[in-house]
Design a protein around this ligand. Structure first.
Ligand code: SF4
Length: 439
């Protein structure tokens, strides 16, 4: 089974009432010139849309030459100076960012919304305020605090990278992209982001948002993923010699808040006059993408075993591969040709009088490479029942301390009588648990 995410480092646009078609309408209603509040837009930045464009043009005419792409990086930097999102990992204007914070946030933001990352980032920083502290933590603890954020290979790589930084670099981050890329979990995007934002190197991190901006600015006709090389090359030529870190963050903000996938706010964009797609009126057609065949649905069954007073049966997944090292309820294999009639053959053997009941409903979950459907069987066992080899009982009120991935939280929620992605913390009531397994 493939790992749940490849290293692609795409910042998902901020979930915001100002993004997308509805967002465009709201932007219009509010005469909004800059990024939405979700990213932390400063209140003082709510100037009217009509007031922004002249400022940008002024800036362009103040002697900032356009580069050989015909675009003026200073126009974007001027916009960024006024409208940058306030994010906890960002340094103040004129300050150099802490590489640990930049790295931590960039890893967490891969395939994940800013709003989702914020509480995890705060929790991590409070628990492990430095590379050294993170490297000294047991991996199991890191996985537990990461639980719920998804794409768990990131947590394992984060921990491995912290240890590599201690062993190879005395706990300091190297400044060069090439050196950063030799560290676990740091690919081209993250290396460029750290080098530019934390060390001021002229590097060009290209995530999904930046890809979209570049593809539109230049109407890049090649389809992704083949277009990546051209987009990266164009991003590099656009990056200025100075303030490369601010420029990188400005590109991220522009893509996340103005140059959105649907209904981009071209009329408030600092590059509106020079953008090829805006001129042709077909921005939403970029970036071009190859159509991918739909991923095949996998199915399986999960087994919820409840012991009176003691808890629920869980086990740890193998350290490598999908959800590696995470906690799970016992399950069948997840396959495209799953046969529900044979599901109970894979149920844990607990006693000769075991009776399983099918819990109504089904759990659905989407991994990067495939969608999954799980049916759930529940049973209750006596307080003396021992866990089978490789499994253990965890008290229901301690389940939230386990590295329980979202798909397993859904299984527990369904088994406990709820539906959907309900968190198991605070711990669900035992009465609900009994009701669920007695159906
Ligand atoms: S003008 Fe429109 S399409 Fe072009 S970069 Fe700006 S927001 Fe994106």
């Amino acid at each position: 089974m493939r790992a749940e995410v490849s290293r692609s480092a795409q910042h998902t646009p901020v979930a915001s009432p100002l993004v997308g078609e509805a967002g465009a309408a709201k932007r219009r209603r509010e005469g909004f010139p800059g990024p939405p509040p979700q990213g932390g837009r400063e209140p003082a930045q709510s100037a009217s849309r009509t007031s922004l464009v002249p400022r940008v043009r002024e800036n362009c005419s103040e002697g900032n030459p356009k580069n050989r792409n015909g675009l003026d990086p200073q126009a974007l930097l001027a916009w960024y100076d006024r409208h940058r999102r306030k994010l906890p990992w960002r340094a103040g204007a004129g300050e150099r960012a802490d590489p640990y914070r930049v790295w931590l946030s960039e890893i967490m933001l891969q395939q994940t919304r800013v709003s989702t990352v914020l509480p995890y980032y705060a929790k991590f920083l409070e628990r492990w305020p430095s590379v050294r502290a993170l490297a000294a933590a047991p991996l199991e603890e890191v996985l537990k605090v990461w639980a719920g954020l998804g794409y768990y290979a990131r947590a394992r790589n984060l921990h491995a990278c912290a240890r590599a930084l201690i062993e190879r670099h005395g706990g300091e981050f190297p400044h060069e992209e090439s050196e950063l890329r030799t560290l676990p979990g740091i690919g081209a995007y993250t290396a460029a982001a750290i080098a530019a934002i934390a060390f001021g190197r002229r590097a060009s991190p290209v995530d999904g948002n930046v890809e979209r901006v570049i593809a539109r600015l230049f109407r890049v006709e090649a389809a992704l993923p083949a277009a990546k090389a051209e987009i990266r090359r164009r991003a590099q030529t656009l990056t200025p010699e100075t303030r490369a870190g601010d420029f990188a963050q400005a590109m991220m903000d522009l893509g996340a808040t103005i140059c959105t996938p649907a209904s981009p706010g071209c009329d408030v964009c600092p590059w509106t006059a020079d953008c090829s797609a805006r001129r042709r009126g077909d921005a939403e057609d970029f970036p071009r993408r190859e159509t991918k065949p739909a991923a095949k649905l996998r199915r399986g069954a999960a087994f919820f075993v409840l012991r009176p007073n003691r808890g629920v049966l869980v086990r740890s997944r193998p350290p490598r591969g999908l959800l590696g090292g995470m906690t799970e309820l016992p399950t069948t294999q997840w396959t495209a040709d799953f046969d529900a009639r044979r599901a109970l053959l894979a149920a844990p053997r607990l006693s000769s009088r075991q009776r399983w009941r099918r819990v109504p409903g089904v759990v659905t979950h989407v991994f990067t490479h495939f969608p999954l459907e799980l049916i759930v069987y529940g049973t209750e066992v006596s307080a003396r029942t021992l866990a089978p080899t490789g499994a253990r009982f965890v008290p229901l009120d301690r389940l939230h301390d386990e590295a329980l991935p979202n798909v397993m939280r859904k299984v527990v929620a369904l088994a406990l009588g709820g539906m959907g992605n309900r968190d198991v913390s605070p711990a669900p009531s035992r009465r609900a648990a009994w009701r669920a397994v007695r159906r």
